[in-house]
Design a protein around this ligand. Sequence first.
Ligand SMILES: CC(=O)N[C@@H]([C@@H](O)[C@H](O)[C@H](O)CO)[C@@H](O)CC(=O)C(=O)O
Length: 227
Amino acid sequence: MDQVIVHVGCMSLKDSQELARHAAHIGASGIAVIAPSFFKPSTAEVLQTFLQEIAAVAPTLPFYYYHLPAVTGVKVPAREVLQNIEKLIPSFRGVKFSGSDLLDFGQCVSCSPPHWSLLYGVDEQLLAGLVLGAHGAVGSTYNYLGCHINNLISAFNRGDLIQARSIQFQLQELLSYAIKLGFDLGVNKQLMIEVSGLSLGPPRLPVRPCPHPHAKEIAHKHQTIFL
Ligand SMILES: CC(=O)N[C@@H]([C@@H](O)[C@H](O)[C@H](O)CO)[C@@H](O)CC(=O)C(=O)O
């Protein structure tokens, strides 16, 4: 792996700082930080300050804000977090945007300087993210669909929207089938195991392990769609 970005976001600022220092110490390529979800930041300003205090202990590492509103419950639009952020965090280099609000995403792209990376994280709508200017993608299904998604991105880059759309529709078909069976982290991990053939063990609590028949059904669906 050429580049490893270590996620260091925690509920506690001090824990995040400790992990950020450790990431710098072990030579990580960058750090990413999610908003804390127990005591939630209520404004963009306080979230910026939280991120700033973490970035400050590892100032040489490129810093990415990880925007995942459906999981954190933090409602602050990402575009507000980006306002003047480089004055507070000189190492700021981009966002992993895992929200489905394309207005917010578009505004993040349009306010970004060229040296930032806007990475889109809703796998089932990646093509929409690319159209709006995403520079790349980070998503859970890419653990086992990476080569197809690379093909989608290549097709998009050469202007072949028909091919890009066809791959996006394949991913949507797999995910909507999985969602009907109860797609969650446990199912996703099991799918990764089935597709890769690697023994990755069960998920950690409180994530439930996937019911075995569901994993088999989804893996079969994956084969019929992609192989
Ligand atoms: C809410 C959520 O889990 N989003 C995923 C997506 O990859 C998501 O699993 C995928 O789009 C299917 O809905 C990622 O953006 C985030 C993620 O995988 C993670 O941080 O673990």
